[in-house]
Write a protein that binds this ligand. Structure first.
Ligand SMILES: Nc1ncnc2c1ncn2[C@@H]1O[C@H](COP(=O)(O)OP(=O)(O)OP(=O)(O)O)[C@@H](O)[C@H]1O
Ligand SMILES: [Mg+2]
Length: 344
């Protein structure tokens, strides 16, 4: 099962270039882990919540909302995280709320974005440390849908930077040091990059891996190449297909007519030619994807999971397809066509 490679990590940070499918993949991974019996919490970092629409729920403060068996979600509102952190340093919630309501304090906190980052990450730590009465972890896995890769390393590096600024002294420095130790510990935390098999997202993933090493001295743990186009035909059939395609091009030189004529006057021949052209198109997409996948494999020495594009599926349906894929229930790119499936 694809998930096996992540099962020993309790905190998974998911990032990637904007729009590549980070939130969908985060939701798919969370759903898969929950279906595999792991108590899983999916977190967002004070963003417009994608999880609420995927899983059909409404956030109510920081406390995770129960979605389905073994699955919880919360959108980490930065102000609530700030109050939660502050509560651990001042006597009681009333004082904490009074501090944040103070006009000058507000201006200060709004102007210091790193405060948001550190308190959001501190809340991740709090959920990580939450225990059952018998001392076992309350959540087996916490998956965080991080900001886009351009900002992700800066985001994850805030606790270490703050610890440095405070020279490690005082109770707040103790907290930031704890959070940064957690982020940098590769036995607890995995960083997963989602990308598309396209030039810009692939290059950004390669840069992300280098930056994680450089800034956080930790590796990128896994890349998920999303929306890979499955091969429309297998090795040996390719030659036969190419001969056929050549014939079609000779008999139907005008492609535009082929795709857009609607009178059906040419009947079966045109229908067949359309199928051949359609397959030639997907073969082209597949070949282009392979070029960028090769670049990823050449440049990154880490597991690269290829996730198929799920045609005709949107939103929460893609999440369900992804969860099945991660669980090995649809175990190949060929098996990626949409199938009917009941809701969880
Ligand atoms: N494997 C897939 N097959 C088909 N569609 C997909 C797949 N993965 C993601 N999508 C679609 O791609 C779109 C973008 O996905 P998503 O919102 O998860 O991206 P994102 O990286 O979180 O974006 P943002 O940077 O805006 O937060 C969505 O419409 C989603 O349904
Ligand atoms: Mg998103």
């Amino acid at each position: 099962m694809l998930l096996d490679q992540l099962l020993d990590r309790r905190i998974l940070f998911v990032t990637g270039k904007g729009g590549v499918g980070k939130s969908t993949t985060t939701a798919g991974l969370a759903h898969a882990l929950a279906k595999a019996g792991r108590r899983t919490l999916v977190l967002e970092t004070d963003t417009f919540s994608a999880m609420e629409s995927f899983f059909d729920f409404q956030s109510t403060g920081l406390e995770p909302v129960s979605i389905t068996d073994n699955l919880w979600a919360s959108n980490l509102d930065s102000e609530e995280c700030f109050i939660a952190t502050l509560k651990r340093f001042v006597p009681g919630e009333r004082v904490a709320r009074a501090v944040i309501k103070n006009r000058i304090a507000r201006v200060f906190f709004r102007a210091a974005p790193s405060v948001n980052e550190v308190t959001i990450l501190d809340q991740v730590r709090v959920f990580y440390e939450r225990q059952n009465p018998d001392g076992s972890p309350y959540f087996d896995h916490i998956i965080v849908d991080l900001p886009a890769s351009g900002h992700a390393v800066t985001f994850l590096n805030v606790p270490a930077t703050m610890t440095g600024m405070m020279r490690g002294r005082g109770p707040i420095a103790k907290m930031t040091a704890q959070v940064s130790a957690l982020i940098e510990d590769p036995s607890v935390t995995a960083v997963v990059a989602v990308c598309l098999p396209e030039e810009m997202p692939v290059n950004e993933t390669i840069e992300l891996a280098a930056k994680l090493e450089e800034v956080l001295s930790r590796p990128l743990d896994m890349t998920i190449a999303n929306q890979v186009h499955p091969a429309p035909l297998k090795g040996d059939d390719r030659e036969t297909f190419q001969t056929l395609h050549k014939q079609v091009r000779e008999t139907h030189p005008d492609l535009e007519t082929l795709f857009f004529e609607t009178d059906g006057s040419e009947g079966e021949t045109t229908a067949l030619a359309r199928v051949v052209e359609g397959n030639a198109l997907s073969l082209g997409w597949h070949d282009r994807d392979q070029t960028y996948l090769k670049l990823l494999h050449d440049r990154l020495d880490l597991p690269i999971i290829e996730v198929p594009v799920f045609y005709e599926a949107t939103g929460s349906d893609v999440v369900r397809h992804l969860a099945r894929f991660f669980l090995g229930e649809a175990d190949s790119l060929e098996a990626s066509q949409p199938q009917e499936e009941s809701r969880p």
